[in-house]
Design a protein around this ligand. Structure first.
Ligand code: ROI
Length: 165
């Protein structure tokens, strides 16, 4: 069975847009998985400590027969391979890949919480999801568009494609 999975991407170190572009290429080659679409990239002010560079954020839509934890293994492998550095909690990082939604599944264990715990508070994740699929909803039926309307504004700026690597 193939499941629609939505992955959030973020970086604010070492040419963030290039980090994201490389990550999208890696995601496109995952086993048992097809890349359906990628969102535009956005510049966003940091959530958390403000004494760090702005982030670049985006999202991809995957269709996969990998189980959620196997997909998470693959995301963590890509983060490591692309030189993930995480300097402090809620601090700067070279590459962050998060499972935002995995079909209509609800998961909560020590490795994985889906839908992502902070999704409703993060315009930099919600807006790319809407770009990918305007009628996307949480497992409980709440439209992502409704969350986006209620979400604190974090100064998202769409990057023109010419600025992508
Ligand atoms: N802030 C923004 N704008 N984008 C992110 O991807 C991001 N990721 C994080 C923290 C440090 C919480 N802040 C962020 O992990």
């Amino acid at each position: 069975m193939m499941t629609d999975a939505f992955i959030g991407l973020g970086s604010n170190l070492k040419e963030p847009a290039a980090q994201l572009a490389r990550a999208v290429s890696a995601l496109a080659t995952l086993p048992e998985t097809v890349l359906v679409a990628q969102s535009p990239f956005y510049a966003s002010r940091p959530v958390g400590p403000q004494d760090q560079p702005d982030f670049v954020n985006g999202a991809v839509w995957l269709r996969t027969s990998l189980r959620p934890h196997r997909l998470l293994d693959e995301l963590q492998r890509i983060e490591q391979k692309h030189g993930r550095e995480r300097l402090r909690h809620w601090g700067p990082r070279t590459l962050d890949l998060d499972v935002l939604l995995f079909g209509t599944q609800v998961l909560d264990d020590e490795r994985l919480t889906v839908p992502h715990r902070e999704l409703a508070n993060r315009d930099f994740a919600l807006q790319p999801l809407l770009d990918l699929k305007a009628d996307l909803a949480l497992p409980d039926g709440t439209p992502i568009a409704e969350l986006r309307n209620q979400c604190p504004d974090n100064g998202l700026r769409k990057l023109p494609p010419a600025d992508y690597p």
